[in-house]
Ligand binder design. Structure first.
Ligand SMILES: [Fe+2]
Length: 208
């Protein structure tokens, strides 16, 4: 009898925390977004944001900062193998009106990025993550009606339906987008976080 073992080599962690932020805080964040969404996105007229700022800029941001701190430490230990001190260096609110979208991007100068959903997202506008895009090699694929897509061959993955207060965390290098919103207004809080330090043997890199 032979044993057959399939190993998911070098997997990328992705964390979902349902109801990470309570309903009162979600309501307060929506009020803040209603009063403060001044920045128009350069690519989609139907996407606007609040100014990108540190958590101490708004009491509502401070609440979220406190609540999701332990999750950042847990997620960071998956990335770096150690419980590090993490700080959220940037937070901002997004309002995606019907017809709006966010083009594919990653978050620079950051290690953990996250989204707190403040509304439900229509099925069309769930955050989509990409394994990779482009490059200078010819690409081959086997995508067709009869091909079964799974974690090893799927080129992209959409976040399952989320409720207000749900949180997702992902490595900041992961490419992602929000496809065209065919539903009602979608609101989210985005975060970027860095550890206070990383160490490569005796060399310590200080951040934040
Ligand atoms: Fe993003």
């Amino acid at each position: 009898m032979s044993d057959v073992t399939v190993t998911g080599l070098f997997p990328v962690p992705f964390m979902r925390v349902t109801q990470a932020v309570d309903a009162d805080t979600v309501a307060a964040l929506i009020r803040l977004l209603d009063s403060d969404a001044t920045e128009r996105n350069s690519r989609s007229e139907q996407l606007s944001h609040t100014t990108v700022c540190t958590p101490d800029a708004h009491p509502e941001f401070e609440i979220v900062n406190g609540v999701i701190g332990p999750q950042l430490v847990d997620f960071g230990s998956l990335l770096f193998g150690e419980n590090l001190d993490w700080s959220i260096k940037e937070m901002w609110l997004n309002r995606l009106e019907p017809g709006g979208y966010q083009t594919v991007h990653a978050h620079a100068n950051s290690f953990i990025s996250g989204v707190v959903y403040l509304t439900e997202s229509h099925a069309s506008s769930r955050t989509v993550f990409y394994k990779n895009m482009g490059g200078r090699e010819f690409a081959f694929t086997n995508e067709h009606r009869d091909a079964k897509m799974g974690p090893f061959n799927a080129p992209k993955w959409a976040v399952p339906a989320s409720l207000p207060g749900d949180l997702v965390l992902f490595p900041s290098y992961l490419l992602h987008e929000v496809p065209r919103n065919e539903g009602s207004t979608r609101m989210t809080l985005a975060i970027n976080a860095v550890p206070t330090r990383l160490k490569s043997w005796d060399y310590e890199l200080r951040l934040g």
